[in-house]
Ligand binder design. Sequence first.
Ligand code: SF4
Ligand code: SF4
Length: 459
Amino acid sequence: MLNQILSQQIIIDNILLIIGFIIFLVLLYAGIISIIEKEFRAARVSNILATILFIPFLMIYLYDFQLKGILSIILLSIVIISILILFLPFRPKVKGDFQKPIKNHDERDTIFSRNELIPETEKFKSYYSDKSEIKDLDNKFREKPGLLSAESTMYDHFSFASAHANLDVIEALKPIVNGSVDEKKVEIEASKISNYIKTWCKSLGAHSIGITELKDYHLYSHKGRKELYGKEIKNKHKYAIAITIEMDNDMMLTAPKGPVVMESTQQYLNIGTIALQVAHFIRKLGYASRAHIDGNYELICPLVARDAGSGEIGRMGLLMTPKLGPRVRIAVITTDIPLEINKVKDFSSAIDFCGICKKCADVCPSRSISINDRDSIDGILRWKIDAESCFTYWCTSGTDCGRCIAVCPYSHPNNTLHNFIRWGIKNSYIFRRFALYMDNLFYGKKPESRNLPSWIDFQ
Ligand code: SF4
Ligand code: SF4
């Protein structure tokens, strides 16, 4: 009998040692990945946890003491219950579905369009004639130095000049968003050409590609930028292809400093170029198409990307992709070529996670992100963003800020460690709460902004 109890204890001791060793290795691996990612706080926490958590498992294995049997059973039970609670699929339905917008937005009402209005001009007077409240708000950003201004608080000569260069190249590309369609129409199978476009976009550097039917509510009612101001939008294309591209994590972690605006404009240019290539390619096959790139949109890209299965609209009002969160830029191609539309996978876990997280709202320097629940705004259930105060901060810092993107737990790099956490967040309601606590522990509730990389800050 005694022998039987002893042999059972030895088995339990060995199982516990193996479990403890696995926990130790996982945390050590997390520490190494954190060092590679230059997340030194996360590396320290990983190493401390690896040591502390391994101690009880090792003690039970090495020493004989009173109550050892009971403590072993308690430790084993804690491990088993934790695994069950955290990893068993438990996904209560997220309250409130996304609805369709009840009206087409007018691009002239966007903050970027309003920023282009020149005081005292007829256009300016006409726009604000019945909007005195908005005019007062907009005058606040007009009093600031402005985006990419040398007087702005985050001014940095090289990153700002690079962003200027990127924007000038994007501007030069605008005339080719549209073009003539080849007369000879090539007969095409929807599934094959969809696969061709997706594979090609990936090889060109796109992160994700989704296809949806172009819906009326995707479109702006009127153009609001530059020479096309006020032009009614009449896009009758049948399909929309939404493509996303990654923004570099190291650059984004400097937010709201110069590298952010350098990186975001760079990726607007890169994704814009891919969209232009694909749109031109489709016209060469004899089908109409148009690229929608930075500053020259006929539609609201995040709405299209959401319907194309590329992600969800999160608390900060941006598209949240499953593997990079909001750390992407988007471009869209609308077209008549026959395409196979994407099945939209459920990503309501992101909505639930945003409901508890609020990290973006906590760090926002202008308090532009709501800390409350979603509201129904123009028919869509979403979080309200204060575009005016956000843009006023941009005009103060001179960059497009991006603090919210940088601290979002979904923005961590696309690697095995973070994808495992993302899987857990998607899989389990309880794991989401645990993951948020761990994100705060590893990276801080309000992570610090990083310094400029030395290759940019070399003066
Ligand atoms: S920081 Fe948190 S609340 Fe904000 S978008 Fe990301 S997950 Fe949602
Ligand atoms: S970009 Fe900056 S100012 Fe704007 S919402 Fe995000 S954190 Fe706030």
